[in-house]
Structures are given as C-alpha cells and as structure tokens.
Design a protein around this ligand. Structure first.
Ligand code: CP
Length: 316
C-alpha cells in the first residue's frame, strides 16, 4: 500500500487534489471501495481510530460533508466533536488561526475544516500539530467531493480513463469543479466544462478542460453529466439574466440530457436547486446517481482519515 498525501509522517494533510499523484488517488479509491461494506452492515463500527479525536470545524454551512465526516469518524471509532462555530468565540472576533490554535491545544488527531476563503485551510494546516482535511475552501478545492465523485463513476463505468465527463453550470464559483477537473485529468478522463461566459473562470482550458458555451454541444456523447449548483450566495453582480433564463439554457432537462449517451450518469454534489440547474424529473430519474454520491462520501471520508492517521501512534 502506498502512502498518500503531502507531508511526511506523523502529520499529514489532505488539502487538495492538486497535491496528489495519480497512484495516490487510485489508492484512496481502492481503500474507499473497501469501506462501502462497513456502512451497509448492521454493526457499522470499527475500532481502527479508537481513542483518536476528530474535530469538525465548519465556518460555512454544510449538510453532506459535515454529516459524512462525523459518521465516518464515528464508524472508525474516533471521538468526534462538531465545533459549533456559530456559538463559538469566532462570534466575538477570534481569528481563524487563534480558533485553530485553541482547538489544537486540546490535542486532536485530525481537524476537518471548511472555510469560505480559498487557502484558509492550508494556512491553518501550517499552524497546528495534527492532520488537517480540507472540507472545502472558498472556490479553491473540495478534495473529498472529487474522490467520492470518482468512486461513483468508477463503480458504474468500471474506469475513469477515457470517460467523457461534462461539468456544467457555475464553474466560476465551484471548488467541486476545480477538484474534479484536477482528479479526472490525473486519471485520464476527457473533461468538458459547459457554462455561460460569465460563469467560466479565465484559464480553465489550461487546467485541462474543453470549454463549451451551449449545453447541446457540450453534452454530445458524454458518459457523465455533472451538474453544479448556481452559487447565488457567492455572486456579487448579475452573472445570469434570470433564474428562468438560466434553466432554459443551462438547466438539465430531458431534452438536453438526450444529447449525452443513453447510459450517461447524472451527478450533482448537492445541495441542488431544483428547477434552476436541474429538473426534478432528472434529479430523481433512472440515470441519477446523486444519492449514491452521498453514500460514497462516507466511505471516502473513512478511507481518507484512516490513511492520514495510519502509522501514527497506535491507530494503524
Ligand atoms: N457537496 C457538498 O459539499 O455539500 P454540503 O455543502 O452539504 O456539504
């Protein structure tokens, strides 16, 4: 088994897909595959992280990521604390670093951090003595989301290499898109992005994505259709004329999906805006693997945390 991640033991972090080698990604996917069965058992508890402390520190809202990290930690036997940032001293003006240092003084083994600022999690990782997992930093990266997406694709298609994956919608504000473009390229997929010009970051082609501005063109022959949430909370100006217009041109409906391969997977990281980027009948339809993505999230996070703490103390 290879040792993934970017710093020598005993303190390793998962800060982004950009820092992983293809074989490290494959290794994490293999480890995740092995964890799926644990969550499907009646007794879902392992003891591999017994005695370890995991703190989830979410400065931004989350349902899927926070819940799955919590479940993953508990299923591995760790003591898990969800820091209620809304009731913490952050409200009194305490900085990110001071909050992190305070928690660090309580000797956690792993900090799972989501923050609205790109780079904030990497900064925090330099200051603490435990492993850090990036659970989403601004529009930068969301590595465990890309891993769970890849696991979902691989389980359905048997491989990632040479799959045509169309990532559609608000690419500009999306850490999910960035992490997925990096991961899918690393594993040899053909990546397309489809968005209006206002929602395309400059230089996206250099990341290894073919750019389309019409869904009808970009979805042609796709194996996977990955929809992105329209992140209205991150939009300062008018990026789209109206939600109705956006759905008409960029919302995934039956007609647009028909351009993709008949067995194309429909994915969405959640939370979904039904009727904005995706029609309800597609989100709930036979090609949708959106709920399966959520299930894979627990397995991936179990695998990541075990890999990070492997060989440290008596967790192995
Ligand atoms: N996909 C994702 O990050 O969802 P949450 O914001 O609910 O965690």
């Amino acid at each position: 088994m290879t040792a993934p991640f970017d710093t020598p033991r005993p303190r390793r972090h998962l800060l982004g897909i950009a820092r992983l080698q293809p074989h490290e990604i494959e290794d994490l996917l293999d480890r995740s595959e092995a964890e799926i069965a644990v969550s499907r058992r009646v007794d879902k508890k392992k003891s591999v992280l017994k005695g370890r402390t995991q703190i989830n520190l979410f400065f931004e809202a989350s349902t899927r990521t926070q819940a799955s990290f919590e479940l993953a930690g508990k299923r591995l036997g760790a003591d898990v604390m969800n820091m209620a940032v809304g009731n913490s001293s952050v409200k009194k003006g305490e900085t990110l670093i001071d909050t992190a240092m305070t928690l660090n003084a309580m000797q956690p083994d792993i900090l799972v951090v989501r923050h609205h600022a790109a780079g904030a999690v990497a900064l925090l990782a330099q200051k603490v003595g435990c492993s850090v997992v990036n659970a989403g930093d601004g529009a930068h990266e969301h590595p465990t989301q890309a891993l769970l997406d890849a696991l979902t694709i691989r389980r359905h298609k048997g491989k990632i290499a040479r799959m045509t994956v169309a990532i559609c919608g608000d690419v500009l504000h999306s850490r999910v898109a960035r992490s997925n473009i990096l991961l899918l390229n690393a594993l040899g997929a053909r990546v397309r992005v489809i968005a209006p010009s206002t929602l395309l970051p400059s230089g996206i082609e250099q990341m290894g994505a073919e750019v389309f501005r019409r869904m009808e063109d970009g979805l042609e022959g796709a194996d996977v259709v990955m929809m992105l949430r329209l992140q209205r909370e991150r939009m300062a100006g008018a990026f789209v004329p109206s939600v109705r217009e956006y759905f008409r041109y960029f919302g995934l409906d039956r007609e647009k999906l028909a351009r993709a391969k008949p067995d194309a997977l429909v994915m969405h990281p959640g939370p979904m805006n039904r009727g904005v980027e995706i029609a309800s009948e597609i989100a709930d339809g036979p090609q949708s693997v959106i709920e399966e993505q959520v299930e894979m999230g627990v397995a991936v996070r179990m695998a990541v945390m075990q890999a990070l703490l492997e060989g440290t103390g008596d967790a192995a």
